[in-house]
Write a protein that binds this ligand. Structure first.
Ligand code: NAD
Ligand code: ZN
Ligand code: ZN
Length: 349
């Protein structure tokens, strides 16, 4: 079968022929219906050095996957060949307290996981291929009616990651509150929709690209602010009564976006850094608002994926996608790098 593989750090992936996977006991092979192209893959191809992560190439890219059950290993119950499924992509040890509640993105024993804190497309073979080996049936969530694998795929990461980040801040997103979304790409355009679908917050979107701000408006954002020197004042002015943002979600994570997030925040707010551009934010008693909570988040849990898929199936959150055949997957990454993708690129083998 065909697979788009990253053979070493700081290189472009290549499309090669590999053996078809065969499921062992408890495992499932999924025929890939859609594999999203995430900006994290660009970080893997361009920036990551050997030794930075406990796992590395060679592996097949694609950590945002959905498709149909193709083959079941011995002992797998409750799934049928041909059934549409989404793949929860964070594959932990399966037996620590966190994994037992489905929070495998924060596995306490990553050394015992098949790819420590990674997963398919992140150390192990991912979904940019005809078939994907899923090492345990517990990672699969059956697709609800109304959702096809091509649209479900981006919901497993570009949807699930902001869903988790928004959900943990729900108590602060009351009527009268403001949420700011910085970076309206694959994750950010879904963050805007998730905020509108699950909270009463006013939503302010920030991006460097005019097309991204148009997309934010189309997704229901209440105010759009171009990134730049005027952005801190404009974002604050766009928050309810100019008091600042109750919740800022930074889908870029650079020095400048984190500084913008801190300056736009309200006392008692949340500043959540999701983007991994590698920026830092100096924190001192006088530099950030009182009781501002600052955190990074990684992906989301399996129960949260079930909720995310429900939002998708009911049409409350709809990913804007551009599809690419597997032979053109490299073009999807090039287009994302050039800022030409509206929403998410999804590779359809
Ligand atoms: P994307 O390329 O689809 O979108 C990024 C958006 O940010 C683009 O619209 C771009 O124009 C905008 N942008 C860039 N610089 C900006 C700036 N200075 N100010 C405002 N906007 C700016 O990327 P994506 O796939 O949505 O991923 C976003 C980030 O999140 C990446 O760093 C990715 O690696 C990371 N990520 C993190 C997790 C996690 O679990 N923490 C999961 C998935 C992706
Ligand atoms: Zn990702
Ligand atoms: Zn675990």
């Amino acid at each position: 079968m065909r697979a788009l593989r990253l053979l070493e750090w700081k290189s472009d992936p290549v499309l090669v022929e590999v053996e078809e996977p065969v499921p062992g006991p408890g495992q499932v092979v999924v025929r890939v219906g859609g594999a999203g192209a995430c900006h994290s893959d660009l970080h893997l191809m361009r920036e990551f050095e050997a030794g930075l992560l406990p796992w590395g190439p060679p592996f097949t890219l694609g950590h945002e996957n959905a498709g149909w059950v193709h083959a079941l290993g011995d002992g797998v119950r409750g799934l049928e060949v041909g059934q549409p499924v989404a793949v929860h992509g964070a594959w932990g040890c399966g037996s620590c307290d966190r994994c037992r509640v489905g929070m495998e993105n924060y596995c306490d024993d990553p050394g015992a996981a098949p790819a420590p804190m990674g997963g398919g497309g992140l150390g192990l073979d991912g979904g940019m291929a005809d078939l994907l080996l899923v090492p345990d049936a517990r990672h699969l969530v059956p697709l609800p009616d109304g959702l096809d694998p091509v649209h479900a795929a981006p919901l497993t990461d570009a949807g699930l990651t902001p869903y988790h980040a928004v959900r943990r801040s729900w108590p602060k997103l009351v009527p009268g509150s403001t949420a700011v979304v910085i970076g309206v790409g694959g994750l950010g355009h879904l963050a805007v929709q998730i905020l509108k679908a699950t909270t009463a917050a006013r939503v302010v979107a920030v991006d460097t690209r005019a097309a991204a701000l148009e997309l934010a408006a189309g997704c229901g954002a209440d105010a759009m602010v171009p990134a730049g020197p005027e952005a801190p004042a404009q974002v604050r002015a766009a928050t309810a009564s100019g008091r600042g943002a109750d919740v800022v979600l930074d889908f870029v994570g650079s020095d400048s976006t984190m500084a913008l997030g801190a300056s736009a925040s309200r006392m008692l707010g949340d500043l959540t850094v999701v983007g991994i551009a590698g920026g830092t934010l100096p924190v001192s008693f006088f530099s950030v608002p009182y009781e501002l909570s600052i955190q990074t988040t990684y992906w989301g849990s399996r129960p949260e994926l079930v909720e995310m898929l429900d939002l998708g199936a009911r049409g409350l959150v709809v990913p804007r996608i551009t599809t690419f055949p597997l032979e053109k997957a490299a073009d999807a990454y090039r287009a994302m790098e050039a800022g030409e993708i509206e929403g998410r690129a999804v590779v359809v083998p």
